[in-house]
Design a protein around this ligand. Structure first.
Ligand code: PMP
Length: 428
């Protein structure tokens, strides 16, 4: 496969942009090799700067759930752009999107739009602290909540890929208010709460983590967190930036049957434009400025083009729940197709899957937390990743990321992807 144009673009990019990329995982550091520069995409396919076609299993890290350049969103965006790209004043479309979400998600009574998942989680933590009058919060090793200072403590995603679980530049003062627990370890959380009486404002988690590969909550874990939070006057925050409107329209809350006090969104909510959001109970959300004392703002928040894109996508998804069944069955086909290939290869492996998120770890341990996620053999993953790329399949360039399916994938695409997997496994 000729990728010479990507190579020269990467060299040029590196002259102006740190590492040649605007978000670290894109640089292929953990899998080696040069990143592929994309030119355009349509449906389930990415087309790179050299004209190569890839079947896409990233979906822009989640948002492109209907596939790329999905006509209803493109048309809505074009119409919205003609009316101006930003006003800095409220618009009716902000109400439309907020109403759709508030009417659909039972415990989201008010929602505030921001510009990224990072902003959503940062704002939710500030709000939880302001509302409860407490400073500390608990996060889980290997969960990623964006790059806000207080979250870069044993974070997943790019932070672990690069081998810097905590980042220089985060002060000890900030780090000391972030308490770290292990995912799926309820007793550990209880011990932390006991050791910090009346000091914990919130417990934040990816209810179905996707940033150390896809991991499933074990029976009783999330239920236990919910009970503990209610008992101890701690706010439970579900970071649904990945899972929101992907694990079904009601996200992980609906899939798990548990309601959080605050929920953060991103990715699907903006249909590929830069959007995040946080929402929850009215009494908590009323603490946010301008009604309440907790400050949070944004020049471009509620951007008309982003709101139009998000509204168009979410309205469709709400009216077409069959999209989720279709995604689920496509993802199940991938899983069922991979098992015999991996078994025949004879290497230890684990596949975790929930809905349209799936991941593959080359490990003999069940992948249930950060430690077990790290047990995967990254050399195998690297070879597998590059084999897939050579065979026209674009996977996330890290073993610590979930794959995201999109609805435009055809049965034939899945068949081709499995053939690519068979060829790639021969390289291991
Ligand atoms: N939370 C979760 C669960 C995420 O997966 C991400 C991004 N992958 C974020 C927060 C941060 O979102 P953003 O990259 O839009 O800032």
């Amino acid at each position: 496969m000729n990728t010479s144009q990507s190579k020269s673009l990467f060299q040029e990019a590196s002259r102006y942009i740190p590492g040649g990329v605007n978000s670290p995982v894109r640089a292929f550091k953990s899998v080696g090799g040069d990143p592929i520069f994309m030119d355009h995409a349509k449906g389930a396919y990415l087309y790179d700067a050299d004209g190569n076609r890839y079947i896409d299993y990233i979906a822009s890290w989640g948002p492109m759930i209907m596939g790329h350049a999905w006509a209803p969103v493109i048309e809505a965006v074009q119409k919205a752009a003609e009316r101006s790209t930003s006003f800095g004043a409220p618009t009716e479309m902000e109400i439309e999107l907020a109403r759709l979400i508030v009417e659909s998600i039972p415990n989201v009574e008010r929602i505030r739009m921001v510009n990224s998942g990072t902003e959503a989680t940062m704002s939710a933590i500030r709000l939880a602290r302001g509302f409860t009058g407490k400073n500390k919060f608990i996060k889980f090793a290997g969960n990623y909540h964006g790059h806000g200072d207080s979250f870069l403590i044993k974070a997943g995603s790019g932070a672990v890929t690069l081998g810097h679980p905590s980042s220089p530049g985060v002060t000890p003062g900030t780090a000391q208010d972030t308490l770290l627990a292990e995912y799926n370890d309820l007793e550990g959380v209880k011990a932390l709460v006991q050791a910090n009486p009346n000091e914990i404002a919130a417990i934040i988690l990816e209810p179905i983590p996707g940033n150390m590969g896809c991991i499933l909550p074990e029976a009783g874990f999330i239920e236990g967190l919910r009970e503990l939070c209610t008992q101890e006057n701690i706010l439970l925050i579900f970071d649904e930036v990945m899972t929101g409107f992907r694990m079904g329209f009601g996200g992980a809350q609906e899939a798990l049957g548990i309601e959080a006090d605050l929920v953060t969104y991103g990715k699907v909510i903006g249909a590929g434009l830069p959007v995040g959001a946080y929402g929850g109970r009215e009494d908590i959300m009323e603490y946010v400025a301008p009604n309440g004392p907790v400050y949070q703002a944004g020049t471009l928040s509620g951007n008309p083009i982003a709101m139009t894109a998000g509204y168009t996508l979410l309205k469709y998804l709400k009216e077409h729940p069959e999209v989720y069944q279709d995604l689920e069955s496509k993802c199940a086909s991938i899983e069922e197709g991979l098992h015999p290939l991996l078994k025949a290869k004879g290497l230890p492996y684990q596949i975790n899957r929930k809905g349209s998120m799936i991941s593959l770890h080359f490990s003999d341990q069940a992948i249930r937390d950060f430690e077990s996620a790290k047990s995967g053999d990254n050399d195998y993953f690297k070879k597998f990743f590059h084999g897939m790329l050579q065979n026209g399949v674009y996977l996330p360039p890290s073993a610590y990321e979930s794959w995201f399916l999109n609805a435009a994938l055809s049965d034939q695409d899945i068949e081709q992807s499995l053939e690519a997997a068979q060829k790639s496994l021969e390289l291991l």
